[in-house]
Write a protein that binds this ligand. Structure first.
Ligand code: CO
Ligand code: CO
Ligand code: CO
Length: 315
């Protein structure tokens, strides 16, 4: 891809950040993002919710607030059009919950359904939170439990009790809105949302981007109940192995970290939580805010130190 430079382009795609940021004036910058994918659950309404939640997540990860969104739709001729109606309703409901407006979109005929949003958000130009600002001494907070990739794979193979499916869906269709709002009340140095690269892949981007080493205390990382049962049975999505191949040279694991736990740390997430790097002095305040505002499991999962041998240390 050719590189674009402009004094108002605060974050471009070359930074491998969550979204692009463009300054309109001294008070407002727009955050622009686009995401879509194929169904991960059978229920079309829930799929719409999850896809929209995932799309808006990149706006939240930059410290912004979603303002407007447009649908991106691929839909096959052979399926009942009512299914598409359900998908779009799920998406629209999440956009509404985010306090944003759904203002249009575009659809094409496709072999399999695809859905997502192009979203625009606002942020103050000086309050953009990138994924590369972590500093030694910071601590790390993760705002959703891991396991959505493993559990989605198990859903496709019809291996899960309804209760576990519901739990996984709740993780994937919960907006990162409250997580982002909390972040704006303290000093945060860096943030990203945990998606396809898995926790370790996103940690790698953040550590490399800031030239630091991230120490992850693996036992503290929250995991959706039911995930380890599936990981133990070898239900591991292909993306996990890709993530492993991509970053394994940059990560060192203590011997005590089991293979199952490593697989969960590499698990590609759909609509995962925010991974936040902030000064230790602000961490307790943010944890307190989250105790009141977040409905999912969250935790302080590690810390940032001066660059050591590898970018990631998992203990
Ligand atoms: Co992202
Ligand atoms: Co994205
Ligand atoms: Co058009």
């Amino acid at each position: 891809m050719p590189k674009f430079d402009d004094e108002n382009l605060l974050v471009g795609f070359d930074k491998s950040d969550d979204a692009a940021v463009y300054r309109i004036n001294d008070d407002i910058a727009i955050i622009q993002t686009l995401d879509f994918f194929t169904p991960i659950v059978d229920d079309p309404y829930l799929f719409g919710q999850i896809a929209a939640t995932n799309s808006l997540s990149d706006v939240y990860a930059m410290g912004g607030k979603p303002v407007i969104a447009m649908n991106i739709v691929g839909f096959p001729k052979y399926l009942d059009i009512k299914i598409l109606g359900e998908i779009l309703k799920g998406g629209a409901d999440k956009v509404k919950e985010a306090g944003a407006l759904l203002i249009g979109g575009h659809s094409v005929e496709d072999d399999e359904p695809k859905y997502g949003l192009s979203g625009t958000g606002f942020v103050h130009p000086e309050k953009v939170i990138t994924n590369s600002g972590a500093k030694p001494g910071d601590v790390l907070i993760l705002t959703k439990p891991l396991g959505s990739g493993i559990l989605s794979t198990a859903i496709k193979a019809d291996l899960l009790e309804k209760e576990v499916v519901d739990r996984a869906v709740k993780v994937m269709n919960t907006l990162n809105r409250e997580a982002a709002e909390g972040m704006l009340k303290v000093d945060v140095n860096a943030c990203t949302d945990v998606t396809g690269f898995g926790l370790i892949g996103h940690v790698f981007e953040m550590a490399k981007g800031s030239g630091t080493t991230f120490v992850i205390e693996s036992e503290k990382v929250p995991v959706i109940e039911g995930t380890f049962d599936m990981a133990g049975m070898g239900i591991i999505p292909g993306g996990s192995y890709k993530n492993m191949g991509f970053v394994c040279k940059e990560a060192s694991f203590a011997e005590s970290v089991s293979i199952d736990r490593q697989n969960v740390l590499y698990d590609p997430q759909t609509s995962g939580g925010l991974l936040i790097s902030l000064p230790e002095k602000d961490a307790e305040k943010l944890m307190e805010i989250y105790r009141d505002s977040l409905s999912l499991e969250f935790a302080l999962i590690g810390r940032v130190k001066e660059k050591d041998k590898t970018f990631i240390e998992v203990v």
